[in-house]
Design a binder for this molecule. Structure first.
Ligand code: APR
Length: 237
C-alpha cells in the first residue's frame, strides 16, 4: 500500500506545542486535579464517563482556536515536493497536520474529531460534544466514545506503520518524549531495517542516544530547516 515511502516522520505533542495545544503532560500531568491516567484509560471511562467526556470535549472544542505552525507547514511542503515518498505518523489527536496541508497522515492514537460507537463499532467525523450522549448516527445507541487510543488499547494502523518502517531510508522523530510505546520503539525498528534516524526535539528525549543524529530546539525552527536541507535549498544548519 505504501510501496513508495522512503521517509517516515513520527510526530508527538511537541510539534503542536507552539500552536498552543496543551500536551497531555502539562501542569505536571494534572487536569482539573485528575491524573492523566485517570482520564485516558478504558477503566476510567467505565468508572466516570462524564469526566472523560468532559476532558475530550474540552480538547475537541479547543481545536477551533489553534492553528498549525511552521513545523506542520514544513512537513506539508516536504510532501508537496516528494509526494508518496513521505508518510507522517502522528501520536497526536489534533488535526494540525491536515490543516497545515499534509495529506498522508496516520493517527496511531486516533483523532479528537472522530467518534467511535461502542455499540456498532462504526467511526464518525465528529466536531460537537459527546458528553451529552448523542445517539449513534447509524445504530441509534447512546454509546459514542472519543475515537482515541487509551492506555492499554492497541494503537491504530500498526501493520501499515511497521511495513513502512521496514522499508524507509530515513526515520525522523519530532517532538516526542520517547516515553510511550510502541512509538518509542520505532527508531530501533527502523534502524534495524537499515534506516538513518534523526531526532528533532526541544530537549534530548528518553531515547535520544538511539538516533544517528539528534538536533535540539523548537520544532517551528528545526523542522523547516531540516526540510530545506533535505530539499537541497540551503546547507546544513
Ligand atoms: N518543539 C519540539 N519539541 C518540543 C516542543 C517544541 N516546541 N515543546 C515540547 N517538546 C518536546 C518535549 O521536550 C517532549 O520531549 O515534545 C515532547 C512531548 O512529549 P510528551 O508530552 O510525552 O508527548 P508525546 O511524546 O507525544 O506523548 C506520547 O503519550 O499521553 C500519551 O497518547 C498520549 O500521544 C501521547 C503519548
Amino acid at each position: 500500500m505504501d510501496r513508495l515511502v522512503r521517509i517516515v516522520v513520527l510526530t508527538g505533542a511537541g510539534i503542536s506545542a507552539e500552536s498552543g495545544v496543551p500536551t497531555f503532560r502539562d501542569a505536571e500531568g494534572l487536569w482539573h486535579g485528575h491524573r492523566v491516567e485517570d482520564v485516558a484509560t478504558p477503566e476510567a471511562y467505565d468508572r466516570q464517563p462524564g469526566l472523560v467526556h468532559r476532558f475530550y470535549d474540552e480538547r475537541r472544542a479547543a481545536l477551533s482556536s489553534v492553528e498549525p505552525n511552521d513545523a506542520h507547514r514544513a512537513l506539508a511542503r516536504l510532501e508537496d515536493a516528494v509526494g508518496d515518498e513521505l508518510l507522517v505518523v502522528t501520536q497526536n489527536i489534533d488535526d494540525l497536520h491536515e490543516r497545515g496541508g499534509s495529506r498522508r497522515v496516520l493517527h496511531m492514537h486516533g483523532r479528537l474529531r472522530s467518534a467511535l460507537c461502542r455499540g456498532c463499532r462504526r467511526r464518525f467525523e465528529w466536531t460537537g460534544t459527546l458528553g451529552d450522549r448523542p445517539p449513534c448516527p447509524r445504530c441509534g445507541r447512546r454509546e459514542l466514545r472519543p475515537d482515541v487510543v487509551w492506555f492499554g488499547e492497541l494503537p491504530y494502523e500498526m501493520d501499515r506503520i511497521h511495513d513502512a518502517l521496514a522499508r524507509v531510508e530515513l526515520f525522523v522523530s519530532v517532538g516526542t518524549s520517547g516515553a510511550v510505546h510502541p512509538a518509542a520503539g520505532f527508531v530501533l525498528y527502523a534502524a534495524a531495517h537499515g534506516a538513518r534516524t534523526v531526532e528533532l526535539n526541544l530537549v534530548p528525549s528518553a531515547g535520544s542516544h538511539l538516533f544517528d543524529e539528534a538536533r535540539h530546539g523548537p520544532a517551528s525552527r528545526l523542522v523547516p530547516a531540516w526540510v530545506d536541507e533535505l530539499l537541497g535549498r540551503v546547507g546544513p544548519s
